[in-house]
Design a protein around this ligand. Structure first.
Ligand code: ZN
Length: 152
């Protein structure tokens, strides 16, 4: 398995590690949100489930198929947002999105942890959608989890 994107070998290693051993892969029995997203440009698919309790993402699972970047990014994303307050997860989503759009300050943000391995993907516009797929699903899932109960 190789990617067609040239990244440093350390980053390549991290991406392949998440691709081969995805974190939080599987299915939740009782999910607060259940989102399915596709990236038709590349053929990537992600199903993301969240369990949200008192504003905290208490559990998260994903399933999917597609290129190594899409699946590794989803795995890295779940590892970071599991146990995090929804607001923090959305903060990570917006910093990661900024990084994928070439913001050098976001690329230096250590809170992005393993996701920083994907910074180089920003140079390959067709692959940016692959990297963002998991976070697109996260943002949609958070909206779904907030649902009709908000403000009651
Ligand atoms: Zn892809």
């Amino acid at each position: 398995m190789t990617t067609d994107v040239q990244l440093s070998s350390l980053y390549q290693h991290l991406i392949l590690d998440h691709y081969r051993k995805p974190r939080n892969k599987g299915e939740l029995q009782e999910a607060t949100a259940d989102v399915h997203m596709r990236n038709p440009t590349c053929g990537d698919e992600i199903r993301l489930q969240l369990q949200v309790e008192d504003g905290v993402i208490s559990d998260v699972r994903f399933q999917g198929e597609g290129c190594s970047i899409s699946q590794a990014a989803a795995s890295m994303m779940t590892a970071l947002v599991k146990g995090a307050p929804v607001a923090d997860a959305l903060g990570i989503a917006s910093r990661f999105t900024a990084m994928m759009h070439g913001d050098p300050e976001a690329a230096g943000d250590r809170t992005l942890k393993d996701l920083r391995a994907l910074a180089g993907v920003a140079r390959f516009p067709v692959r940016v959608k692959c990297a963002l797929l998991g976070f697109d699903a996260l943002q949609e899932a958070v909206k779904q989890a907030a649902g009709p109960d908000t403000g009651t």
